[in-house]
Design a binder for this molecule. Sequence first.
Ligand code: KPL
Length: 316
Amino acid sequence: MRIAVLGVGSIGSVLVGCLSDTDAEIVCVSRGISAQYISSGIVLHSPEGSVEMIPGERYFLLDSEKGPMPEEIMGSCEVAILAGKASSTPALSSIAEDLLTSNGFAMSIQNGLGNYETMVRRVGIKRTIGGSTTHSSWRDGEGSVYWTGRGSIELGKMDGSDPDPMHSEFIAILDEAGLSPIWSKDINKTIWRKLLINVAINPVCAIAGVRNGALLEVPELWIQSLEAMREAEAVARASGVNLGESDSEDYLRKVIEATSENRVSMLQDLMAGRKTEIDVLSGAVIAKGEELGLATPRNETLLALIKGIEMSQHLD
Ligand code: KPL
């Protein structure tokens, strides 16, 4: 099976590193500094501390900024996994359309809302499935990638139906790669649950400049997180997302405990001088809330503060 990873930052590198232990043929689509980092290989630190060097020969690197796509790669990939920042989803979806075979499929493991819909517009509903991941990672200033937390990859069709044979083959490869795939009967719920967590943790930690664990140590920060999540939860329920009866506050605490040493991706973005994903996180909650007539003042404040920081760092 030929699998393309589109957007090879830290989490994309974890995927490539893990897939390199299988028989899958790997195509990496990247650009700029990320393409430079992976041009001769990937240094991957496992959560347990071991270090693996994945040689550049193990994958075909396609620099999306350099010239047209080689003919032999066009229409040759059975799977396209979008793993870049959400701002790149339109461009990556268009590349996925060029790369996929007629019966291949695209899936996003990116943060935020709207990635699935953008992919559907390019690739078509029959060739798109939903996805989400709880694996966590970061990349240092020299390009080494640290896989900080083993999680899982959930994937599924939006209509909740069973996997096709091609999906099952892909799941078997993800399993062999150690990426813990789970076929979800309600992938929309999974995507929203991840959104609730990101809306609660990311802006507050990014603004305060603290690791995730601080949210449980500073009561004033915890209140901000919890309130932002509660607003998002109300919007999700009003949108018809079946979040069930499970206690979201308890779930948030558990995620923070499990990732207490992490610097949240939004903080990493600001520290590296990159624009954040605030628009597809808090911004998506605010927009949905407006559609439904639900006020989301906490998310509005957090979004405004992140935009202010971006402006002060000239990231807009
Ligand atoms: O997804 C994350 C992120 O950093 O974006 C969490 C779960 C908050 C872990 O840090």
